[in-house]
Design a protein around this ligand. Structure first.
Ligand code: GLA
Length: 741
């Protein structure tokens, strides 16, 4: 891995064994893009390959008389609008005189080993300086005096690059950022399909593909959080690329608030991709001396298809975005009471459920919504984070100690960013919510959003949560967020500061997470937003796992987990077995299938164990002991998608240990076919020179190359809809010598 600056040609080359990213200082002093893709040998003079047209084009606007440099026709690193480039810009900076014209030119750069933190924002990190190198390019707009720092970090072991931008008002007058995207990148040509994760409550993150075409195509959120509708993740793949082969360019934004990701293809085939905070509703005034840091975006380039791309994100996000003691640890198997009790429980019923859970091998009891204030429905109580003594006479402290005494950890649900109008907190501080004076608030789930752009509001919530965590034995916190932001206005801010509210809100959420984790470093956070409406890399930096969806039906979860795995590691995908008929879709699936889907996630249950038969409880005890035995492999192995649940009546995926010695593969028959062909599943990631003992197929011993090229026979054959088969494979001690030619 290296970052080289060729001074004579003013070219930068960032590369590792797999990727190259090359840019240049153009003749007008601005930064231009040259190449991003498979690694090239380092050399200078690549600027000759630039896309500058060699003749005059009608309508072209040039940077000066006598020059052929038309900004509309060349890929630029962090483009502006107003001087001849007519695409959507990466930033807009309004100056005192009302003009947004700027000219940021190269001043200097520095290259250093490792990576620095981003102020107030979650970002990828390194644990040693050998893991990454960073380039910072300093540019300046001479007229306004504003400086711009573009940051690029290239990771040594991954085909990944982290990017962000920082504005520093080094001038003498205030300026206002109207748009400040995290990055702009150019695709090499226009022959791509665009894939993004799209959905809604109960069906989050379905992969959606469309052909890239001239014009702007975008996804984004104006909901205040990243949303169930669109995830801050976007990729471009060659039309023939599939899960296993082909070129993929992917972009992910480490952010949990309003975002925009777009591709703009022009009639010349120039394709510019932008990612960052959504410019709608955003404006940020910078007084002289002030700075603004954008969130970080991550680019991944893969030649190994979608799986190759996903595996790079899994490694980076699982190991160098998530942090804290839980990052690499096996996660506790939980029982969560929400789907079985709703709001209707008391200490006695909770302890009865906990006792059975403990006997089955569950490690953590998570008490969900309904334990606090006047909370007997979703109409009251949010904001009053003290126990409802009618339900829990000994409070959370008492209950947590009783659960601990059983030998289980205790977890708790909270929704820190919200308040019900029917709560003591709201009665005491009606002005703490986001609202526009004299206008009504659009209702949603009978709750209002606290104004987390105000430090004093965040501090007050911090005090309540701190007291709660200090006085009880709480190992796990499920941090929920159940409504989108509307009337996003902060009464303590000046009119010209209102464009800061959305972003400041998210900064407040990050600050609160960080502060609580600093006080309680052993705490395991699980994020949640009506299921998976804030399943994004920003939250992942604090909460290493997220409740993936309120839809726990096994068939639906195949799709949701499949889509989620495009960008996020299995260790971040919280997945529980729940009752049938399923609450969301009414489907009845076997207990085995429900568990064998949830096992490819952070495993747990939402069932009322006491309402099950003895046989069902025995089956569950078996599932739990299987997960405990193979948890490291399930949560942290290399994950491969094999058959898409969106394709037809079946699905499959697998995980392989780092050494390649162990693997678990799962095949799901969604709709059975009469008189079908004998099924074989082509496995991936095994050692072709080893033989594997296949548990689940009568202990057959089979060579790795055969399993990958010919396939693993699915035996016994599926006999009904919604059935699943799980295979545990481990390398035979004789290293497969019997099978070698
Ligand atoms: C959200 C969550 C659920 C549950 C409920 C409680 O919908 O996604 O898992 O916690 O809130 O109100």
């Amino acid at each position: 891995m290296a970052i080289i600056y060729h001074a004579s040609t003013r070219e930068f080359h960032l590369y590792n064994r797999r990727i190259s990213y090359i840019m240049q200082v153009m003749e007008n002093g601005q930064l231009g893009s040259l190449y991003f893709g498979k690694k090239l040998a380092d050399r200078q003079g690549l600027r000759g390959l630039g896309r500058t047209p060699s003749g005059v084009r009608p309508h072209a606007v040039f940077v000066r008389e006598g020059s052929f440099l038309s900004l509309n026709h060349v890929p630029r690193e962090y483009p502006s609008y107003g001087t001849g480039d007519f695409h959507d810009p990466a930033f807009v900076i309004e100056q005192e005189n009302g003009s947004s014209v700027s000219n940021f030119t190269y001043v200097s750069h520095k290259i250093y080993a490792g990576k620095r933190e981003l102020d107030g924002l979650p970002a990828t990190y390194t644990e040693s300086d050998t893991e990454a190198d960073t380039l910072e390019v300093l540019l300046e707009d001479a007229v306004s005096g504003v400086r711009l720092i573009l940051r690029y970090t290239i990771f040594s072991a991954l085909p990944a690059l982290a990017r962000s931008a920082e504005f520093v008002n080094a001038g003498t007058c205030p300026v206002t950022l109207k748009r400040a995207m995290s990055m702009s990148v150019n695709l090499p040509d226009a022959d791509f399909d665009m894939l993004y994760l799209c959905g809604a409550w109960g069906r989050e993150r379905y992969p959606t593909v469309r052909r890239l075409a001239p014009g702007i195509q975008s996804i984004g959120s104006m909901r205040g959080i990243s949303s169930a509708e669109y995830n801050p993740f976007l990729l471009f793949k060659r039309p023939g690329a599939d899960e296993f082969a082909g070129e993929v360019y992917a972009c992910s934004l480490i952010y949990s608030g309003n975002f925009l990701m777009q591709a703009e293809m022009d009639p010349f085939g120039l394709t510019r991709v932008l990612a960052g905070i959504h410019p709608n509703g955003f404006s940020w005034r910078l007084q002289p001396g002030e700075r603004f840091q954008t969130p970080e975006a991550v680019l991944v380039y893969s030649r190994e298809g979608l799986n190759g791309m996903s595996q790079a994100f899994h490694r980076l996000y699982g190991r160098r975005l998530a942090r804290g003691p839980w990052r690499d640890r096996e996660r506790p198997i939980v029982i969560n009471n929400w789907e079985s009790t709703g709001f209707a429980f008391d200490e006695k019923s909770i302890l009865a459920l906990a006792e059975t859970a403990r006997k089955l091998g569950v490690e953590c009891f998570v008490l969900d919504d309904g334990w606090f204030g006047g909370r007997n429905s979703d109409r009251a109580g949010l904001g009053d984070w003290t126990a409802n003594r009618k339900k829990l006479p000994d409070g959370i402290g008492g209950l947590s100690r009783k659960i601990n005494a059983m030998g289980m950890k205790f977890g708790l649900w909270v929704e820190p960013e919200m308040v019900n109008p029917d709560s003591n907190l709201y009665r005491a501080h009606p002005d703490w919510i986001l609202h526009v004076p004299e206008r009504s608030i659009s209702p949603s789930r009978h709750q209002y959003v606290l104004d987390f752009s105000r430090p004093e509001v965040v501090d007050a919530v911090y005090e309540m949560l701190h007291t709660l965590l200090k006085d009880a034995d709480i190992s796990y916190l499920k941090w929920d967020m159940n409504r989108y932001l509307t009337e996003c206005y902060s009464v303590t801010k000046q009119p010209w500061e209102q464009g800061k509210v959305f972003h400041s809100y998210i900064l407040g959420v990050y600050r609160l997470c960080k502060k609580l984790l600093a006080d309680f470093p052993a705490l395991l956070l699980e994020s949640c937003a009506s299921g998976g409406a804030r399943f994004d890399p920003g939250m992942l930096a604090y909460a290493p796992q997220a409740w993936c969806s309120d839809d726990t039906d096994a068939v639906e979860r195949l799709k949701i987990q499949y889509g989620t795995s495009l960008a996020y590691p299995v260790s971040s995908i919280s997945a529980h077995v729940s009752a049938v008929p399923n609450q969301q879709v009414g489907r009845v699936t076997p207990l085995q299938t429900r568990a064998e889907v949830a096992m490819f996630g952070v495993f747990g249950y939402e069932l009322d164990f006491n309402a099950l038969t003895v046989e069902e409880r025995q089956e569950i005890a078996g599932q739990i002991s299987f997960v405990k035995e193979h948890r490291k492999l399930l949560e942290y192995g290399t994950f491969w998608r094999l058959l898409s649940p969106f394709g037809g009546g079946e699905a499959a995926w697998m995980t392989v240990s780092e050494s390649g010695e162990e693997a678990i593969a799962a095949y799901y028959c969604i709709l059975n076919r009469p008189n079908g062909e004998a099924k074989r599943l082509k496995l991936k990631g095994l050692n072709p020179d080893r033989s594997y003992i296949v548990d689940g197929d009568r202990g057959t011993v089979c060579p790795g190359d055969v399993l990958m090229e010919f396939g693993l026979p699915i035996r016994p054959e599926p006999s009904h809809d919604f059935s699943s088969r799980l295979f545990y494979l481990h390398a035979a001690a004789d290293a497969g010598d019997d099978f070698k030619k």
